[in-house]
Design a protein. Sequence first.
Length: 236
Amino acid sequence: MTENKNVQQKSVRRNRVAAAACFAAALITAGVFGTQSATAAGAAHRTAAAHPGNAAHAVAVAAAAPRLGSAHLVQSEDYVQRGLNPVGATVTLNGRQALSACSGEETMRDLTKGAATAYASVNWTFDTDGLLTESAASAPTGAAAVTWEKQLVALVQDCQDEPAGHWYYGTAHTLTTTGGTARWYPAYSGDGTVSGGVAVLRSGNRVAIAELSGRPTDAPNYVEGIAAAALNRLSS
């Protein structure tokens, strides 16, 4: 029974990867998003414009965001510096975005059991194949942040050992700065070629996971570069 459950879970994960790729292509083709820098204030104003009745709530969200807001997520200029051309971003502050291809439909709110003091997530699309998702949470204590970081690492490691012909995450690489620590893993497609990667980040009481699906650039070490940029933003 356990073996069948694991097979079903991994099947859901792989289907989600394919769906994410299709979703990214659809957004780019439709051209519904303009390039924008993801900021908490910007997200609040967009929410207010789309839902006038929620304007007061949107402004309140922006005012409460400094402890963790979308400004602490990867920004458009971070991509440009690494040879990527972003074409759109969708920001949410509710923690309900799916974490990664390996997590299925689990969200940061699920992982933290709703105990975070704030959440921030973003979906980025590019002018070539690729999609980046990032989800972050602010823990009430340092101990909670360490626990959540370990849970995220365990989640990623669950997809390091996959059957032949399926995508998987490679060996972990550690990146440490004055702002915090990142563990980043390259992702490999079924034929063994590098295709994006994922990074688990922690800076103080903040934790995040960022995943780049596809290979939107031929620049070397682009996954490490994105991990470094994400850690820098998270610690700012």
